[in-house]
Design a protein around this ligand. Structure first.
Ligand SMILES: Cc1cc2nc3c(=O)[nH]c(=O)nc-3n(C[C@H](O)[C@H](O)[C@H](O)COP(=O)(O)O)c2cc1C
Length: 169
């Protein structure tokens, strides 16, 4: 098997990116499975997808990454926060640290994903402190922007990410 796409997705955002990455991979020697389905199928290059949970990935992704040896590994993920380069970098660093040293790390693609509507309620009540109020409004704008993600542009960038990864190989 050339390529294996394995993803963890609670509400479907990361699955959407996984599907795009899978379809962008050339040839027939490829497969895609959710983390729950995955039973150790081997491949030369792994694309591992995660949703951001409290600033990092969930434990199933940590377990999966830790057990990969001698593989080429690319990461992709979705998170509630929109395009903030520093935040995306911090997530990348917290997740790629789990890739064993005998693997070749090929990079990370991250984009925003919509969050459940209940989350919006946390940001709907005005705050007295001006700084907190600015933060609240920012979070509200971010939430509403997230409702449209992953969008066509995110999918296009995911396809470009695949191209970049393949060039590295
Ligand atoms: C318990 C929980 C914790 C989350 N923590 C973060 C976080 O720390 N940072 C962030 O940007 N998004 C966070 N999110 C938002 C998700 O990462 C985001 O909605 C993601 O796109 C979900 O992907 P999925 O649809 O594949 O499950 C959190 C969501 C949940 C449910």
């Amino acid at each position: 098997m050339d390529y294996m796409v394995v993803y963890s997705s609670k509400t479907g955002n990361t699955k959407k990116i996984a599907t795009e990455i899978f379809s962008a991979l050339p040839g027939m020697s490829k497969d895609m499975q959710s983390m729950e389905e995955y039973r150790g199928k081997d491949a030369e290059i792994f694309f591992i997808g995660f949703w951001v949970n409290r600033g990092t990935c969930d434990i199933s992704v940590i377990d999966m990454l830790s057990e990969l040896h001698g593989k080429k590994v690319a990461l992709f993920g979705t998170c509630g926060m929109g395009r903030e380069a520093a935040y995306f970098r911090s997530i990348e660093q917290k997740v790629n640290v789990w890739i064993p040293d005998d693997c070749e790390y090929l990079g990370t693609f991250l984009c925003q994903g919509k969050m459940p509507m209940q989350v919006r309620e946390n940001y709907e009540i005005p705050m007295e402190d001006p700084e907190r109020e600015l933060w609240r409004k920012k979070m509200l704008r971010n939430f509403d922007e997230g409702l449209f993600h992953p969008n066509e542009e995110d999918l296009r960038q995911a396809r470009m990410f695949v191209e970049q990864v393949l060039k590295k190989c």
